[in-house]
Design a protein around this ligand. Structure first.
Ligand code: ZN
Ligand code: ZN
Length: 277
């Protein structure tokens, strides 16, 4: 008889149940990780509220994809990891060998969608072979699981910041100071931005933004964020604007805040079917 574990199972929109299920079986190249910490991602919240066409194709399904923990079992052919290793892994990985992977377009790898990890909100999570091969990392004892589990969202932010191509001395405006926005602030500063301007409705997030390194913090309920950014930049607009909310209104704001020939990064994902002008 297979072993049982506790897990938060996704049964449908607005319906997640904490219940018993089988511990996942692992195949060649895979590992089973005993979850130390799992985080709730914005994508999990969206999936809970409106479902997700790619991540969860059938229900009930295991749920959750940001995690760190300890290797419990290694599958046949895995030589980089041993039982007992503390690791963090991401939620997907490309194959590394197909037409698109060879051209560096890893996001178009057809196997990417087949390698999605879901099931971090459980005692054990199965890590598929591509993720074991490319996106699983041993972590030092000094790094707590809850911090290591931020690797996946941080990796997304690193990618967004690379796309933003911030030059030394530039002004960067960031709309939205949630966890992603906070990481954007820190990395924008590290990338050489002289002035980072942040806009968020929540006071707690504005305070955290200031502590994370924001030079100018805007409350968009009290003043026009676009006008303030223009005022802070001699009327030109920011060199780089990063939208980290995911609403059409803030997408449009982001474009309006950007100087001519500047860079707008629409990082926040809006609901499917959203249009903007
Ligand atoms: Zn995530
Ligand atoms: Zn591939």
């Amino acid at each position: 008889m297979s072993r049982r574990m506790n897990a938060a199972m996704y049964h449908g929109v607005g319906d997640v149940r904490y219940e018993q299920t089988d511990v996942p079986e692992i195949g060649p190249g895979e590992i089973l990780v005993k979850v130390g910490n799992a985080l709730t991602c914005g994508t999990d919240v969206k999936t809970y509220k409106r479902g997700h066409p790619i991540l969860l194709r059938h229900t009930p399904a295991l749920f959750g994809h940001e995690y760190a923990g300890t290797v419990e079992i290694v599958g046949e052919g895995v030589d980089r990891f041993n039982a007992g290793d503390r690791v963090v892994a991401t939620n997907s990985a490309p194959c590394g060998t197909c037409f698109f992977c060879k051209r560096g377009s890893f996001n178009l790898c057809p196997e990417l969608k087949e390698s999605f990890v879901n099931g971090a909100f459980a005692e054990y999570v199965r890590v598929p072979k591509h993720v074991v091969k490319w996106n699983t990392h041993r972590i030092p004892d000094s790094l707590p699981f809850r911090e290591a589990a931020l690797t996946e969202p941080l990796a997304c932010v690193v990618h967004g910041i690379e796309e933003a191509n911030i030059q030394l001395g530039e002004t960067v405006a960031i709309i939205g100071a949630g966890p992603i926005g906070q990481m954007m602030i820190m990395l924008a500063k590290k990338s050489g931005a002289s002035i980072v301007i942040v806009s968020d409705l929540a006071e707690l997030r504005r305070d955290m933004a200031a502590r994370a390194g924001a030079d100018v913090v805007i409350n968009p309920a009290k003043e026009d964020a676009v006008e303030r950014v223009r005022a802070e930049t001699g009327g030109y607009g920011a060199d780089v604007v990063i939208e980290a909310v995911g609403l059409p209104a803030t997408w449009e704001q982001a474009v309006d805040m950007t100087r001519d020939a500047g860079m707008t990064v629409l990082f926040g994902g809006a609901a499917s079917g959203t249009t903007f002008e």
